[in-house]
Write a protein of this length. Structure first.
Length: 137
């Protein structure tokens, strides 16, 4: 059975801190839970942006909402397609379909669901889109 302790064991072990025994005999890392929660809530530092980025329309990350247009919208649309298989045209127009896909992604990622691609959504989108097991949800 997959437990929360087991779910934390791999990322913590990869972090390189000493392991300690958890309930049920599972070995987990002694890294502070505050650090782990911070890393899970703020994944942007875990993925480098640049040549390995799956979407290369722009590095700009402005706040986007329905009515926005341009290369940053194309970047967000590409990320949504990669992260959740949204099936959006990467046309650079933030319309109702992009807003709906953004809300779907935000709900799946368990972040604020407002249909706006702000700092938190950009962070999660870039991480999820560039993850090897994408799409999710």
């Amino acid at each position: 059975m997959f437990t929360a302790a087991a779910a934390l064991a791999l990322p913590l072990a990869l972090a390189g801190a000493p392991s300690v025994a958890a309930s049920g005999g599972t070995s987990v890392n002694a890294t502070s839970s505050v650090q782990v929660v911070h890393q899970l809530k703020n994944p942007a530092h875990l993925v480098s942006q640049g040549p390995d980025d799956i979407c290369n329309y722009t590095k700009s990350r402005p706040s986007l909402h329905q009515g926005s247009a341009g290369r940053a919208v194309q970047q967000a649309q590409c990320y949504l397609n990669q992260a959740i298989g949204a099936g959006l045209d990467e046309d650079g127009d933030f319309g109702q379909l992009t807003k709906s896909a953004t809300k779907e992604f935000q709900q799946c990622a368990e972040i604020v669901v407002d249909g706006v691609v702000g700092a938190q959504t950009w962070s999660f989108l870039s991480f999820w889109a560039n993850a090897p097991d994408a799409p999710f949800c």
